[in-house]
Design a protein around this ligand. Structure first.
Ligand code: 6GU
Length: 227
């Protein structure tokens, strides 16, 4: 998979994408991520990428021309399966979307700043708009890092234990059950005995029950409606 990211603050993206699992995905050649600085495409001697909004109101809007110039340049090199704009008024991001995106080949992510990007860029180029939750970030970069991480770890071969991504919280609309490692007793707290029993069927039943219990307590919205 190849992911291009357009940003006015590319530095914000370098650190999260160059650690542990993201780095492993890239080292193994399973994922390539390229961050493209929008600033050189800005207008005038200050390379301006934003302007006041028509109709008045606080906050600047990112102009069409710099974005269009960079997007056109990138599209001349690749065909994108999705052109994604990260925005708090986008579709709420969840595991289902991460799963689907992880099956694609080329993605282009656009990070906005200020009041966002001119609506006409969304109409002209964007095929998918994503929000990572109901709160406002100062720019799309952290959201883009979230999206890239959530996709990257799903690519076959990225995570060592192939089954581990499948048992994640949310992967079957349930929160994950509690997990334990050594020592078997710590500060008077014992690990649930069943986990030491070696009875894999009983352990699986126990984990399912704990997952359902935890989901009912913390995220009842994830459970199917009562009939
Ligand atoms: Cl994708 N962008 C910004 N700026 N804020 C957000 C967001 C995205 N998702 C939630 N809040």
């Amino acid at each position: 998979m190849h992911i291009d990211i357009i940003s006015t603050v590319p530095d914000l993206l370098s650190s999260p994408l160059s650690h542990s699992i993201m780095q492993r995905a890239q080292d193994k050649g399973l994922l390539t991520v390229q961050v493209h600085d929008l600033r050189p495409y800005g207008l005038g001697k200050h390379n301006s990428v934003d302007d006041y909004q028509f109709g008045g109101g606080a906050g600047m809007v990112m102009r069409c021309e710099p974005l269009a110039a960079l997007i056109d340049e990138l599209r001349a090199q690749r065909t994108y399966d999705e052109i994604i704009y990260l925005t708090p008024d986008g579709e709420r991001y969840a595991q289902r979307r991460a799963n689907r995106l992880s099956l694609l080949g080329n993605l282009l992510l656009i990070c906005g700043h200020y009041k966002g990007i001119d609506e006409r860029i969304r109409e002209e180029y964007v095929t998918l708009e994503i929000s990572i939750g109901d709160y406002v970030l100062s720019g799309g970069e952290l959201a883009a890092a979230v999206v890239v991480d959530s996709i990257g770890r799903l690519l076959p071969g990225v995570i060592g234990d192939e089954t581990s991504a499948l048992t994640d919280t949310f992967q079957d609309d349930l929160l994950a059950p509690p997990v334990y490692t050594r020592p078997a007793e710590w500060r008077g707290r014992a690990v649930p005995e069943i986990l030491l029993s070696g009875n894999t069927a009983a352990i699986e039943t126990w984990r399912e029950a704990r997952a359902e219990e935890r989901t009912a307590a913390r995220r009842p919205d994830l459970l199917p409606p009562d009939v």
